[in-house]
Design a protein around this ligand. Structure first.
Ligand SMILES: *Cc1c(COP(=O)(O)O)cnc(C)c1O
Length: 398
């Protein structure tokens, strides 16, 4: 089927929530290369929005999934699920959490985290502690509660009245956070690097103050690691970069290496507030999704991918900084590991993304000024070198 026919079907039958998409449809991939329906090859530096941590056709993930598909897809949570237990064990071994619950995506993981935080205070006979503080320009997903948690008006306005109980404060302004906290505050939920709104890292100082405030006031700290987690920021989980310990953190994107899965991870005392029947799900933690998660974790261990993310991420970041000498339109580079944003003084991000696409490279753009880079965690220094050569050529063409 050719691209034009696919576009025609999409326009006729698919709800237009994604607008005019990049005119390409991929059929298969290998490593960090994607092949489209017309036979063109593209180098992927966007990783399906931070999802394809292992790139494409990773042998470990492919063979584990192939075997699982032939054995069993779904049984429900009425029965024990081996891969679910094994993946839970793996996540606990690598994190500060004690217990896991699996969901199907990031928003659903965040919903679970919000419910868990409320349940924690409900069971402690403090039901008045029910409000959640989040940050302006945050992104927590598309369900109704997550839209209310998300600190961006454009996602909220049409869906009023919003789920009550959320307050938003500016990032890295500790005074504002202190002012917002009151006796109703149950949890503070944050991204340590805001991804969707343009790669804005939290400062270390703010993160430490935030964690200390939560301890002092008996407030749960929820870290949304849906994007920053699973090696993306150069460690298994981004909170490691900040020397803080969340009470609850959520995962999704990279966890399944392309298979939908989400997770909420919590400290024992918090996790214990979910009793049988308090939360659930038909699909979450099924044999297939958790098989994918397990294969991703095993690849992380064998191939040291979080370390690779840090090492190649630092290398790439430094190369962007060096490029700024020849291209003064580059103001700065934000982010850590392989979650980077190149910030421009002129509104060229979309044109640059297009110029990169013409050169068969996939990247993202946020607003007019930020190029967003989220490659698979398997990239090498040589891939980074190639990328920067092409980026320089694209910049020159503008
Ligand atoms: C992508 C994202 C989500 C939403 O995840 P979905 O799988 O799309 O529901 C939530 N939080 C953050 C930080 C994200 O980047």
């Amino acid at each position: 089927m050719d691209l034009q026919s696919i576009i025609k079907l999409d326009e006729q039958y698919y709800m237009n929530t994604f607008g005019k998409r990049t005119p390409v449809c991929f059929e298969r991939g290998e490593g960090i290369t994607l092949y489209d329906t017309e036979g063109n090859a593209y180098t992927d530096f966007f990783g399906g929005i931070a999802v394809n941590a292992l790139g494409y056709g990773h042998p470990g993930l492919t063979s584990a999934l192939t075997e699982q598909v032939q054995k069993l897809l779904h049984t429900s949570n009425l029965y024990y699920v081996k891969n679910q237990s094994l993946l839970a064990e793996k996540l606990i071994q690598h994190s500060v959490a004690d217990k896991v619950f699996f969901a199907n995506c990031g928003a659903e993981a965040n919903e679970s985290a919000i419910k868990l935080a409320k349940m924690y205070f409900y069971k402690k006979n403090q039901p008045e502690k029910s409000e959640i503080i989040t940050l302006q320009n945050s992104f927590h997903g598309r369900t109704l509660a997550c839209v209310a948690a998300t600190g961006q008006e454009k996602y909220q306005k049409p869906y009023a009245p919003l789920t009550p109980g959320f307050k938003h404060v500016p990032l890295n302004d500790f005074e504002a956070l202190k002012q917002a906290v009151d006796e109703k505050t149950a949890a503070i939920m944050v991204e340590l690097v805001q991804g969707e709104s343009g790669v804005h890292p939290m400062t270390k100082e703010y993160a430490l103050d935030l964690a200390a405030l939560c301890k002092e006031k008996d407030i749960l700290l929820i870290v949304d690691e849906v994007q920053t987690g699973m090696g993306r920021t150069g460690t298994w989980f981004c909170y490691e970069n900040y020397n803080i310990e969340p009470d609850i953190f959520t995962l999704a994107k990279g966890l399944g290496g392309g298979v939908p899965i989400g997770a909420v991870c919590a400290k024992a005392e918090v996790a214990a507030s979910f009793s049988p029947g308090d939360h659930g799900g038909t699909f979450g933690g099924g044999p297939l999704a958790t098989c994918a998660g397990l294969a991703v974790c095993e690849a992380f261990e064998k191939e040291n991918l979080p370390e690779n993310s840090r090492e190649v991420g630092n290398y790439l970041k430094q190369k962007f900084v060096n490029m700024a000498e020849n291209f003064p339109t580059i103001i700065c580079v934000r982010g850590m590991g392989l979650m980077l944003g190149v910030v421009f003084s002129e509104p060229i991000a979309k044109k640059l993304q297009q110029a990169m696409f013409e050169r068969k490279y996939l990247v993202g753009a946020v607003g007019d000024n930020v190029l967003r880079i989220l490659p698979p965690l398997i990239i090498t220094r040589s891939d980074a070198d190639d990328f920067c050569k092409v980026l320089a050529s694209a910049l020159k063409s503008l």
